[in-house]
Design a protein around this ligand. Sequence first.
Ligand SMILES: Nc1ncnc2c1ncn2[C@@H]1O[C@H](COP(=O)(O)OP(=O)(O)O)[C@@H](O)[C@H]1O
Ligand SMILES: [Mg+2]
Length: 271
Amino acid sequence: MSIERLRAHYGFSKMPFGKDVAPGALHRQASQQEAVARISFLVAEGAAGVVTGEVGAGKTVALRAAISALEPSRHSVVYLSNPTVGVRGLHAAIVTALGGIPRFHAAALVPQTADLLAQEVAERGKRVVLAIDEAHLCSPEQLEGIRLLMNAELDSVSPFSLVLCGQPTLRRRIRLGAFAALDQRIALRYHLQGMSATETGEYLAHHLALAGRSDTLFSDDAIALVHQVSRGLPRAVNNLAVQSLVAAYAQKKAIVDESSAQMAVAEITGE
Ligand SMILES: Nc1ncnc2c1ncn2[C@@H]1O[C@H](COP(=O)(O)OP(=O)(O)O)[C@@H](O)[C@H]1O
Ligand SMILES: [Mg+2]
């Protein structure tokens, strides 16, 4: 099976359902748009919030879209794509993002981080955004470190807005007693749902159009099956759609029909 021949067979200008969609070419599914709006609100308010969603629900895309829409001259964004760097790594990442050179000893690094955060606001007039993706992987020590940084200012105004993005276990993790102080500061919780059946159809059409096919390529029952099995989660939709195309191409079909989608489901879920 050659992807190149498949591409030619269906007249795609590039393989559809690729991972990297340009920020301007994103599909606008409601629950992701909502997540972007909530994150923007958090930043405008200087507040803290938690965005959860299952694997592949579109959290990282939402977080990146919200960040890229921020006016760069007025915001300093500290973006951690993976927090499994320890407490030291967390502080060092903040210091580095704010243009400092992380001090070696924790006893010096923590106050350095707090000072740089305060300076960014007081001297440069910038809003600082601490955005942590995969935040369900944050250790208790890191969550405590974040809380302490938020409390650094005596007047109890947080020196940064905080966006924690992660899998659904994140909510429980923060609610646990030990983090009550952080939990109280969470102004907003949003759970990113999968797309509706209609949206899944539009999403498929959107990706196909980006690859140069604006006409009907997936039959309605194929779309319905992809939606049912993926539960509208974009990454699962992508995977099923690609496998459906592969199955349809193997039989030199012009249209991806339900039996092609069925083969894709069997391929992916082992059912
Ligand atoms: N609005 C969108 N438009 C196009 N593709 C999207 C969109 N949202 C998500 N995707 C696709 O779904 C994949 C999974 O999204 P991602 O944000 O990485 O999920 P999560 O971070 O929740 O695991 C992305 O790589 C991208 O291909
Ligand atoms: Mg992600």
